[in-house]
Design a protein around this ligand. Structure first.
Ligand code: NAD
Length: 237
């Protein structure tokens, strides 16, 4: 298929739902071959990204199917809101395992193949919480700050190999991740709508389109950035 990403070979984790699913459709519509991985959903590999060796297996499968990797998009993630005193060790550690350690391993394991690509791309999904805090979000906020931190350091190292590394920082996006909280607390949903200068929640496609841009040659000289895609929620009082 022709398009900006014609023939590019991509991995998308968290591809069974929400942003990852939309990103997969978008990358494919632009001509990319995409290997999808998730715990659940209609994906190529049903896999827990926190399992030892899981990310190496995802990388190996993409290399086997496509003969290389050009684009890595890490969308697998979890969230959770608890007062700090309700943060059990298990809650905190699971958040870090999915949102941070699994991404670190995916980048590390894909790196040799990305180095061999003439247009390597690493696209991570942070959050507005990669730059700001919110009550009850100690574990999630720590994990998302770590994602932005990894972005900057890996970008500094990967540039020598022509690989770009960026972190999208979504505001509130209407996905299965946010749906339970928005249904349980309509005022929380309305607060995010009011926060956004653009006056609405984001859609998975709002993020997927930016992922495709970052994956394309149009973003060839952008690296090491956190990009807010939040309807100006972080600029609007
Ligand atoms: P989602 O729940 O719709 O999708 C996340 C996917 O990750 C799910 O399909 C889930 O099965 C998968 N996943 C979770 N743990 C996994 C594991 N251990 N192994 C494999 N797959 C696993 O949520 P989403 O809103 O699409 O979130 C995608 C990313 O965007 C996450 O990193 C999230 O933190 C981030 N984000 C979302 C929002 C939002 O408002 N929805 C805002 C900021 C950042």
């Amino acid at each position: 298929m022709s398009g900006r990403l014609s023939g590019r070979r991509a991995i998308v984790t968290g591809a069974g739902s929400g942003i990852g699913r939309a990103a997969t459709s978008k990358l494919r519509s632009e001509g990319a071959h995409v290997l999808t991985a998730d715990l659940a959903g209609d994906v190529d590999l049903k896999i827990d990204v926190t399992a030892l060796g899981a990310n190496a297996a995802i990388v190996a499968e993409a290399a086997h199917r496509f003969g290389g990797i050009d684009i890595v998009v890490a969308c697998a993630g979890i969230t959770g809101m608890e007062p700090i005193e309700g943060h059990s060790d298990a809650f905190f550690e699971r958040m870090m395992a999915v949102n941070v350690t699994a991404i670190f391993r995916l980048i590390r394991d894909a790196f040799p193949l990305l180095k061999a690509s003439p247009h390597g791309r690493i696209i991570l999904i942070g959050s507005v919480m990669s730059s700001f805090g919110e009550a009850g979000m100690t574990a999630y906020g720590a994990s998302k700050h770590a994602v932005l931190g990894m972005t900057k350091s890996v970008a500094a190292e990967a540039g020598a190999f022509g690989i770009t590394v960026n972190c999208i920082q979504p505001g509130a996006i209407d996905t299965p991740m946010t749906a339970p909280a928005f249904v349980a607390r309509p005022e929380f949903r309305q607060r995010w709508i009011d926060k956004a200068a653009l006056g609405r929640l984001g859609t998975p496609d709002d993020i997927a389109d930016v992922i495709a841009f970052l994956a394309s040659d149009d973003a060839r000289f952008m690296s090491g950035h956190g990009l807010f895609v939040d309807g100006a929620a972080t600029q609007h009082q």
